[in-house]
Each structure stands twice: as structure tokens, then as C-alpha cells.
Design a binder for this molecule. Sequence first.
Ligand code: UDX
Length: 450
Amino acid sequence: MQIVIVGAGYVGLVSSACFAEFGINVTCVDSDSERVRELQEGRIPIFEPGLEDLVRRNTAAGRLAFRDRLGGAVGKADAVFIAVGTPSRRGGHAADLSFVQQATRDIAAELSPAASRTVIVTKSTVPVGTASSIEQIVVAARPQLVPGRDFDVASNPEFLREGSAIEDFMQPDRVICGTESVHAERVLRELYAPLNLRNLPMMFTDRATAELIKLASNSFLAMKVSFINEMADLCEQCDADVEDLAQGLGLDPRIGPRFLRPGPGFGGSCFPKDANALVAIARELDIEVRLVETTIRVNEARKATMANRVLEAMDGNIGGKRIAVLGVTFKPNTDDLREAPSLVIVPKLVEMGASVTAYDPAGTAAARMLPQFRRVRWADSAEAALRAADAVAVLTEWNEFRGLSAHRIADLLREPVVIDLRNALNAQEMRNAGLRYYGVGRGRLRLPPP
Ligand code: UDX
């Protein structure tokens, strides 16, 4: 089979490499010629474990090619995936579809029903109704083409998580396809056949429902995170332990154990954007989605109060103090800082008069470019950041921080204050090493040891 993927961003690149690994011929197209050149030379512009190897291997095998324009590739393709960005529109929260619309016009110009009845598939997260509007754009550009006869439009939202994107693509919980023709369904089934062989659930529904499943999934998961964060606040006040609470909750299979880790608030390119997009869509349709609206508000408020935890742990004396910040990315195993809690917490600490030395295993280069970190000093290891600091705040749960020994932390710090906003460190070990350890939602740990 032959496919084109428009967009060499996160979703486009991972999907291209993984489909090529299935043995499909993939042309990945991006209008950013610099990015395309890098990819052609085997350099991967994003940090994603395993991706570089997959791209190199499939490029060498001749199954994966990068281009800066379609150049006739659509006419021969069984399917063209649109995987371009759909950022939140400035001022509002509805998604900006201009890249999707431009990609559609480019694709429409090359559709060739005589050669193959191409299926246009949206992989980008898009508002409900986008598949229909893509159909309309194609027909407006090429009035002689009839949808369902000369071309099809389908929705196939992507659920991959940064940091485990390849595994998520290769071993998904589900593949959701919104199709409105037998042909589109057949093409998608064939493309995902290598997964189906392993008995993975593939669900077919109409296009609007598929589009909504993506937004509803991310909103629900975001809601789970906001829920456990509120429970963490409650635990702190009644000397309970949120880690045990989450475990107890998760043992009920109706709730499940995942996405119940308390922290400084969710970030990333999807949860905040998709929850906001869902609210924007509902508003337009005069429907109230109060749970999702509240989830967003709870999360914003949470990020905003996190710096106060550092202040309190330091007994209100933060002016002139040196704080080591470990982790600035929105989660581990990525260099992505979009909507990261650190973007709110670090400037607040600086505003309070602290001097911040930060370390992140992958996010430093990106963070250095951001105004929020203008006054931050960067260390090249966790230990270097900790040396002679008056307190350490863990903002992202990178594995290498989990490995820091409590005694080493105690030796390096000038004052024994540890604020662990991810519950990544072993609280008991920290306390045994004489550190004043503050986790999230661990009220019980404030009590003196029995
Ligand atoms: C998410 C979805 O999981 C994925 O299916 C979708 O395709 C894109 O959005 P991603 O943004 O990469 O993936 O990260 P994810 O692991 O879901 O975490 C999102 C945010 O929630 C992070 O800031 C993370 O730290 C936070 N989170 C997650 C928690 O605070 N607690 C949890 O228990 C889980």
C-alpha cells in the first residue's frame, strides 16, 4: 500500500515511521523545508525514545521518504493522512483549522480518481464536523469530484502519548475510525492489518463520533487528574495519604488505577487544548459541559498555587534563597514544555525573590528560549543544581531523579528542604536522611514518626 502523511510534527512523524514499519510505503510531507532536510539526513527534530532508529531503518529500506511538497504523491496514494497542527486560536479556545484547510486544498488539487480512490484521513485532533467540512473544501476546489465515489474522508484520531508514542502506536488500546463508506473502512482495515493480527480492538463509527471520542477521552483523563489533585488537597488536611487513596480507588475496575497520580497540574499539547476545544464546541451548540469547564479551572488554579508550597516549606523566607528546580518539561521522557506547570511555577518563585537553578534531562535547550525562564540558571546535572541550594523542588518525575539517594541530597543541600510536587522520591528515605520532605497529598507524613 501507499500512503501520504501531511505534517512531520509529533503525530505525523511517529505515524509515518510506524506505518512504514508495517511495510507500507510512506511519503511524509511538511512545508518546512529545513525540517524536511534534517529528516532526510536522519536527524529527528523531536525527542521521542526509539523514533530516530525507526526513521533511519525505514528510510534506508526505501519505505519512508520526506518531501517538502506533495509533488504528485496524492494521485497514487490509497490514503492521505492529515497530521498538521491544530493550535488553539488566539483569544479563544476553538482549534485553528487553517493548516488543515490548507492541507486539504493541496490534496484536492492532486486527487486523481482514475488512478486510485484516495481516502483523506484526519489524524490531527479536530472539532466535530471537520471531516464534513474537508469534504466540502474538496468539492469546492474540484466540483467534478463526488465524495464516496471519487474520494472519501475519514477520521482516525491519534491517542499517542509523548514519551511512549511508538509503543502507543504499535500496541494501542484501540484504533478509532470514523468512516462513512465501505471503501474507506476497507482501506483503514488494511492499513492497520498488522495490528489487527494481534487482536487489537478496531472500532468503526461515524465521523462526528470518532472526532468527539478523541476530545472526550482527553477531557475525561484530564478530569481524572484534576479529581485526584483535589483529593490530594483533602488528604493533606485530614492526615490521609493520597497515594494509598489512589491505590484503593484504582482497585475498583470501574475506576481503574491509571491517571490518578497527583501532581502540580496537567500540561502538554493535548489535555489543556482538547478540554478547551470541547468546551468551545459545546458552547457553540448551547450545551453545558460543566465538569470539563471545572476541570480546566481546577487545573489552572492548581498550577498557580504550587509556588506557595515552596514558600510555605521555606517558612515564608524565600527572598534571596537559592532553589534547585528538578524537571521543567510537562512530563518525563519528552523535551516538550507546552503548558508545563514549570512555566507558571518558576516565574512565581523568581518573582518571590528566589534565585532558581534548574536542571532537566531533555528540556533545557527548549526552556532557555522561553521568556518564563529568562532569569533561571541552568545546571548540567541534578547534583549540580542541588549543590548549595536552600531547597529543592521536583516539578517533573524523571526516572533519574527517583534514583537520587536521600543522603546525597542531604549532603548537597544547604538547607534540608525537599518539595516533591510529583511524589517521585521515597518519602521515608528522605525523612530518615534528616530532610524536611513535602510531597503532594501526603498529610500522614506530616505527623511525627511513631
Ligand atoms: C495525552 C493523552 O494521554 C494521549 O492519549 C493523547 O493522544 C495526547 O494527550 P500526553 O499529553 O503526551 O498524552 O501526556 P499524558 O501522559 O497523558 O499526560 C498529560 C499530563 O497529565 C501531563 O502533564 C502529566 O504530568 C499529567 N498527569 C498524567 C498527571 O498529573 N497525573 C496522572 O496521573 C497522569
